[in-house]
Design a protein around this ligand. Structure first.
Ligand code: DX5
Ligand code: ZN
Length: 219
């Protein structure tokens, strides 16, 4: 069964002085997921926030599904803090060298869903051996590190390839895209097989966030 389209607004593009309000704006729009971008200044050349921020959002009453995108050189060091802070799904990148399968299993063991992420320069084949072990495959449609970058249309064949495996092997993972997503680029990704749409800039800039979320949910 194909997944219905799902919007995951990215907190990175919200107001970092008022992250609680930024998360509340997502809940108020009707979007079910909150995409949390965690950067370590090593795997990507930027820093964001950590587990304490997620825990504080939970304490402030957020019941959104926390889709936690770890852009970390050593993600296995931080799984427990994020799980305890209220992450629902934790995604890890394939590019750094570590035991990816064991790390995914550990995420599951902590009671979270797990995902594997590919940078634009990483071929689909790099994750072929893991797609039967994950709840989500995230295809980056920009080089990670910063919001507001242009969508990489050359990632569409990668989406088609991974969606093709999913159909052929009857796997149930979600196929997520992240970077430069708006209604137009989201539609292109949807046609290529994506069902889960991270949107930072386009969400927080939308004058009517509920209308934007509703339109994304109809992609
Ligand atoms: C980029 C992050 C994205 C980012 C997307 O490193 O992984 O989640 O917030 O931002 P937009 O939607 O502005 O491209
Ligand atoms: Zn992200």
């Amino acid at each position: 069964m194909p997944h219905p389209p799902l919007l995951a607004p990215s907190l990175l593009a919200g107001d970092h002085a008022r992250l609680g309000d930024s998360a509340q704006a997502v809940a108020a729009s009707g979007a079910p997921w909150l995409h949390c971008d965690i950067m370590d200044g090593h795997f990507v050349p930027n820093l964001t926030f950590g587990p304490e921020t997620l825990a504080a959002l939970r304490r402030s009453g957020s019941r959104l599904f926390f889709d936690t995108h770890l852009m970390l050189a050593e993600p296995f060091r931080y799984l427990e803090p994020f799980a305890q802070a209220g992450a629902n799904l934790i995604s890890i990148h394939i590019e750094p060298a570590y035991d990816h399968a064991a790390t995914l299993a550990r995420i599951r063991g902590l009671g979270c869903q797990c995902g594997i992420v590919l940078n634009p320069g990483t071929p689909a084949s790099a994750v072929a051996h893991l797609v039967d072990q994950v709840d989500l495959v995230l295809v980056m449609t920009v080089q990670p590190g910063f919001g507001g970058q242009p969508f990489r249309r050359d990632m569409l064949p990668k989406l088609r390839e991974i969606d093709g495996w999913r159909r052929a092997r009857q796997l149930g993972f979600r196929l997520e895209v992240d970077g430069g997503i708006d209604l137009a680029t989201g539609r292109e990704c949807r046609e290529a097989g994506a069902d889960t749409f991270v949107a930072g800039t386009s969400f927080y800039r939308a004058p009517d966030k509920a209308a934007f979320a509703a339109a994304m949910a109809r992609l």
